[in-house]
Ligand binder design. Structure first.
Ligand code: NAP
Ligand code: MG
Length: 496
């Protein structure tokens, strides 16, 4: 192992020193085929861990294990017991928080400061929040018009759920999916992203330590095409909860059609960040740079399209560009790093393709566009700002998923609304103004699941998250998030 490991805590060093097997039925086991894959450090391109590579047979075994655990009584366990275990798990993650921050920073490239501040606390927060719903998901009595009849509903766990997650917030997305599924009484098979399997596997160890019954949580890393597809098409899986690209979301829907399993989808975005002429440009410049460059722009909710009124465009572009060029880019594990490398060579090439396409279609790079000086290895890219962008350009339409801001201007409110909604996505939107009447009116016209007024990246496990249009199906988090893992049964009683 030639990477710099000295800053790693002992538990992380020990964890990385062995090939990491799957968690199936409470046991740690290698792939049936013996296959493994390697995890690369995006800051160097070097291998730092080896992980078992899930095939169809492994997914079968994991689904069988989850089915047995469901039938053995997890579904009927008192909500208070599920709540206790979820809280115990939250406490354990908190006690091992630095390990998760290091594993995710190393695996995905993200700044460790961000993992410490956002990813890990958010993961803990989801387990705590959904522990509360474990005792509160309830049905209703319905005032039916049939004389002498009682009708009531109960919410039952949906069954065995496949959880498929991306690489941009690894432990956080594991928690965002595990917590509501487990609180509702489902059992699960989790397939983390190939690029970032490690924190999910470490989480599996803490799930064991917390005392969850064997088989309630099974974790099988592997490729999307094989392990992910096997899970999505599995005849004994009752639901797939997926976070990832819109393109793969379509494949999940097709694969789920065989047994008509339920599907919830958190997909891509192309969020507009809207600036009205009265906004405080200093505040907006900071926020607009943060909205796009946090997590290297590898965020579904990244503020990728800055839609600024033409009267303040020049000033704001210059201010954002100044901030972009001042961002400290470096390895995620370096404590002063503000932006890390992209997750992989493939992602760097993909984003590079968008830079070429923007230039070819007539947009202009104000700052960035190249490899940062002094970072010769790894998948690094400078924070980049494009202006002279037209709404029809590929860079204004497609999700870039990298540190690339496209700036467009608008002249009146109808022009603004048209441009803001002019993509196939509908995940998030931001509005900056001191005119709150206008802000509420604009919020109503946004085709987006979340609208941030004078803020960006405000989240809470209690607040629903999900997309309009091609950004997804369903709402994760909040009461709706827990209910997504239940079926509603309507019971009629003839009292006559
Ligand atoms: P991705 O390529 O769609 O992959 C997501 C997950 O699906 C990975 O675990 C992947 O496995 C798996 N997968 C790939 N092909 C599959 C198939 N045919 N069947 C089943 N599973 C399959 O997305 P990504 O590149 O990891 O993440 C970036 C995308 O996620 C962006 O589009 C982003 O907007 C979206 N995202 C959305 C949200 C939201 O809340 N709406 C949040 C974060 C990210 P591999 O690891 O092998 O590829
Ligand atoms: Mg990796």
């Amino acid at each position: 192992m030639s990477i710099e490991v000295s800053p790693l805590v002992d538990n992380v060093k020990a964890f990385l020193a062995q090939p990491r097997p799957f968690l199936i039925d409470g046991k740690w086991i290698a792939a049936r085929s013996g296959a493994t894959f390697e995890s690369l450090d995006p800051a160097t391109g070097e291998v730092f861990a080896t992980v078992s590579d899930g095939g169809e047979k492994d997914i079968d075994a994991a689904v069988e294990s989850a089915r047995r655990a469901f039938d053995r009584g997890w579904a009927q366990a008192p909500g208070a017991e599920r709540a206790r275990l979820l809280n115990r798990l939250a406490d354990l993650i908190e006690a091992h928080a630095e390990e998760f921050a290091q594993l995710d920073s190393l695996d995905s490239g993200k700044p460790i400061s961000l993992a410490r501040l956002a990813d890990v606390p958010t993961a803990i927060g989801h387990f705590r929040y959904f522990s509360g719903w474990a005792t509160k998901l309830s049905g209703e009595t319905i005032p039916v018009s049939v004389p002498g009849f009682l009708n009531y509903t109960v919410r039952e766990p949906i069954g065995v759920v496949g959880l498929i997650i991306p690489w941009n917030f690894p432990v956080m997305f594991a928690a965002v999916k595990l917590a509501p599924a487990l609180c509702a009484g489902c059992t699960v098979v989790l397939k983390p992203a190939e690029q970032t399997p490690l924190s999910a596997l470490r989480l599996g160890e803490l799930i064991q330590e917390a005392g969850f019954p064997d088989g309630v949580v099974n974790i099988v890393p592997g490729s999307g095409e094989i392990a992910g597809a096997a899970l999505a098409s599995h005849p004994d899986v009752d639901k797939i909860a997926f976070t990832g690209s819109t393109e793969v979301g379509r494949k999940i829907i097709a694969a789920a059609a065989g047994n008509l399993k339920k599907v919830s989808l958190e997909l891509g975005g192309k969020a507009p960040n809207i600036v009205l002429p009265d906004a405080d440009l200093d505040v907006v410049a900071d926020a607009a740079a943060d909205a796009i460059f946090f997590n290297q722009g590898e965020a579904c909710c990244a503020g990728t399209r800055l839609l600024v009124h033409e009267s303040c465009r020049r000033e704001l572009v210059d201010e954002v560009a100044k901030r972009a060029s001042a961002i400290k880019v470096g390895p995620g594990l370096q404590s002063d790093t503000q932006m890390g490398p992209l997750v992989s060579q493939e992602q760097l090439d993909r984003v590079g393709g968008y830079l070429e396409s923007g230039l070819a279609q007539g947009a202009r790079i104000v700052t960035g566009g190249g490899r940062p000086a002094g970072l010769e290895r790894g998948y690094f890219l400078e924070p980049t700002v494009f202006e002279d962008v037209e709404a029809s350009m590929t860079i204004a339409q497609e999700e870039i998923f990298g540190p690339v801001l496209t700036v467009m201007s608008w002249h009146d409110i109808d022009d603004l609304v048209q441009k803001a909604n002019d993509t196939v996505y509908g995940l998030a939107a931001g509005i900056w103004t001191n005119d709150l009447k206008q802000a509420h009116a604009l919020a109503a016209r946004m085709k987006a699941g979340t609208v941030w007024i004078n803020c960006w990246n405000a989240f809470d496990p209690g607040s629903p998250w999900g997309g309009y249009r091609q950004s997804g199906w369903g709402r994760e988090t909040g009461r709706l998030g827990a209910e997504q893992y239940t079926e509603v049964k309507s019971v009629w009683v003839n009292m006559n």
